[in-house]
Design a protein around this ligand. Structure first.
Ligand code: AMP
Ligand code: MG
Length: 405
């Protein structure tokens, strides 16, 4: 494919991202559940025990035989044992007997009902139970939550705290998960200076590095920032090829448009592959997906807002697919709080601020500073607003997709 091929649509770009990522699927590794937060499961999890593992009491009170209770008037039962959580007494309740029991403690054999502490009264080893206690009250049954043999977690889903805790409840200490991709982060441009150093005329501070490192860390990765690359094709080639031998993903920003100093596309075409270059989206049109040596190569444009939009729109799906994530991220929609007229036909990622209306429904206020260098507008906002290709007019109240950042 020539790097000078025509621009593709966003949906096509996403499809290529997913296809290429699948070809580069990362190996799996066995990780302790206590260190596996957010990791993508590479195995189904099958329950090897029931949850709860045994019939138990859901309340603090007295375990009894419902058959013993009088229909009218109080019943007096003999208190014969104390069954606390942690050990199962070898106990069978006989007619007229009851046992003190705590929440989560195993139900003694013979018992079929629990009366809560507050409803009973205890005196001299006898417990008075009022009439009207429901048979089977306050019992938890073995296997009512999970049954042995059930598939409870699926390969391809991220391990949320609730899922990690379910694995723990089943006694599982280690899980097979996808390896985290290693990511080398490059900023490019002769004009860039690191914060903390003096700024000479014509220079700007490197802001994209912080943006990219933060976005990647928010995905649970440990990206590595390489020194900024000068706009020198020979130097770029040698450093990028070096990184590509050692990292799963090489992520660059800048140098990917059509200017005299934009060397990335040609470098990839000569020394690697280009899967796509230029997507019909605003901002971020010159974004490039390629391959260099063993690494996937994602070339983001240099403008800060383009970095944000292309990372969230294409970079994150790439990282998800590399790790075999098949559970789709929840999509969010919001109502525009003002009307918006798109200035062109392109698929657009506008910045906006999320806010809940009086009815609690999510709304989004578009930020009028829509140029791709307006970093301030991106910080005053907290979401990208996705505006469709071809459509221009968005009346107030239109429902639009948003990506919070
Ligand atoms: P480029 O695509 O390299 O022409 O960059 C587009 C615009 O983004 C230019 O104005 C660059 O100065 C700016 N830019 C590129 N990289 C960075 C960076 N790391 N931090 C801040 N601005 C950048
Ligand atoms: Mg540049």
């Amino acid at each position: 494919m020539s790097v000078f091929a025509t621009r593709i649509g966003y949906a096509d770009a996403l499809e290529i991202v997913r296809r290429v990522a699948v070809e580069h699927r990362l190996p799996t590794e066995l990780v302790a559940v206590r260190r596996a937060d957010g990791r993508i499961l590479a195995q189904d999890v099958v329950a090897s025990i029931d949850l709860p593992p045994f019939d138990n009491s859901r309340m603090d009170g007295f375990a009894l035989r419902h058959y013993d209770l009088a229909v009218e008037g109080e019943t007096h039962l003999r208190l014969v044992a104390e069954q606390f959580a942690g050990i199962a007494l070898d106990l069978v309740l006989q007619p007229g007997e009851c046992a003190r029991i705590t929440t989560g403690a195993p139900l003694p054999a013979g018992a079929d009902t629990v009366v809560i502490k507050e409803d009973a009264s205890e005196h001299d080893g006898r417990v008075s139970v009022p009439p009207g206690v429901r048979a089977g009250a306050h019992l938890g049954h073995a296997g009512e939550d999970v049954r042995t043999g059930e598939v409870v977690l699926n390969a391809g889903s991220p391990l949320s705290p609730a899922r990690a805790s379910l694995a723990a409840a089943l006694g599982i200490a280690e899980l097979e998960v996808a390896q985290r991709p290693t990511v080398a982060v490059f900023t490019t441009g002769d004009e860039l200076v690191e914060p903390g150093l003096p700024l000479l005329p014509g220079q700007i501070y490197n802001s994209n590095r912080e943006l990219l490192m933060g976005l990647l860390r928010a995905e649970g990765l440990e990206p590595v920032a390489w020194p900024t690359l000068p706009d020198d094709p020979a130097r770029m080639e040698s450093v990028l090829r070096d990184a590509a031998t050692a990292f799963d993903v090489v992520l660059t920003c800048g140098g990917v448009s059509a200017g005299e100093k934009d060397h990335v596309p040609l470098l990839l075409e000569r020394h690697g592959q280009v899967h796509f270059w230029k997507v019909r989206m605003k901002p971020g049109m010159p974004v490039l997906l390629g391959g260099l040596d063993r690494a996937l190569f994602l070339g983001l444009p240099g403008n800060p807002v383009s970095v944000l939009a292309t990372f969230l729109a294409l970079g994150r799906p790439l990282l998800d697919a590399l790790q075999g994530r098949s559970e789709v991220r929840a999509r969010r929609f919001a109502r525009l709080t003002t009307h918006w007229d798109k200035s062109n036909e392109r698929f657009e990622f506008l910045r906006g601020r999320l806010q809940h209306g009086d009815d609690g429904v999510l709304g989004v206020a578009p930020n009028p500073a829509d140029a791709s260098h307006r970093l301030r507008a991106a910080t005053d906002s907290d979401a990208l607003v996705l505006l469709e290709e071809g459509r221009r007019a968005y009346p107030v109240g239109s429902v639009v997709e948003v990506i919070a950042y």
